[in-house]
Design a protein around this ligand. Structure first.
Ligand code: ADP
Length: 207
């Protein structure tokens, strides 16, 4: 009887261990820190899905839908879109890609409310964020990189005034998110003041 129960338990543990588990990573950092660049590199290296909330929102704006018009009002001012709106958009994207090998979240969560909602959303689906990688870059470098990017890409929110606003919003509303991941031992940082390759080597070491 005892042996039988033991056998069943071992079988259960084996099945759970074999069940495909999706890796989920949050790539964190100020505007211009290189989240997009490194998300693309990670996606390629590990065959993970790259979900950028900035890209998702810009596609919505480009479609000229009512939601897009609403979103544009926030993005063009350098403000964050409301939590409830972006949380619902992200939950839908996660459900559409629940069988992915792994997911990199770029640009989400950006507030403590979003971080808490993300944990709950993933827990309900039997998943979790494994690590948060915080990409660090000096403030002056961030500003210069964004101004340069604006002159090349023509992104509407890469103008000096809006960049200053976005950096201030990051310090006030987004930086506190780090503490949420530190508390739960999922916080790691990488330095992106040097080359892309140097930073990517650090990130690979963490993943
Ligand atoms: P960056 O990190 O360089 O500022 P993103 O492309 O990630 O650029 O985001 C562009 C804009 O999209 C943000 O300034 C904000 O208005 C909006 N946005 C993106 N992600 C979120 C989010 N998680 N919550 C609220 N607003 C967001």
């Amino acid at each position: 009887m005892y042996l039988c129960t033991l056998k069943n338990n071992i079988f259960f543990v084996l099945i759970c261990g074999l069940k495909k588990t999706m890796k989920a990573i949050v790539l964190f950092g100020a505007p211009g820190s290189g989240k997009g660049t490194h998300s693309a590199l990670i996606a390629q290296e590990y065959n993970f899905l790259h979900l950028s909330t900035g890209d998702i929102l810009r596609a919505e704006v480009a479609s000229k839908s009512d939601l897009g018009k609403l979103v544009d009002g926030y993005i063009s001012k350098g403000a964050l879109v409301p939590d409830e709106l972006i949380i619902n958009i992200l939950a839908k994207k996660i459900d559409e890609n629940i069988d992915a090998n792994g997911i990199i979240l770029d640009g989400f969560p950006r507030t403590v409310t979003q971080a808490e909602a993300l944990d709950e959303m993933l827990e309900r689906r039997g998943k979790k964020i494994d690590v948060m990688v915080d990409i660090n870059v000096a403030e002056k470098t961030l500003f210069d990189r964004l101004v340069l990017r604006g002159s090349i890409s023509g992104r509407a929110d890469d103008t000096p005034e809006t960049i200053k606003k976005r950096l201030a919003v990051y310090r006030e509303q987004t930086e506190p998110v780090k503490a949420h991941y530190k508390r739960t031992n999922r916080y790691f940082s990488a330095d992106n003041n040097g080359s892309v390759e140097q930073c990517f080597e650090q990130i690979k070491g963490l993943i």
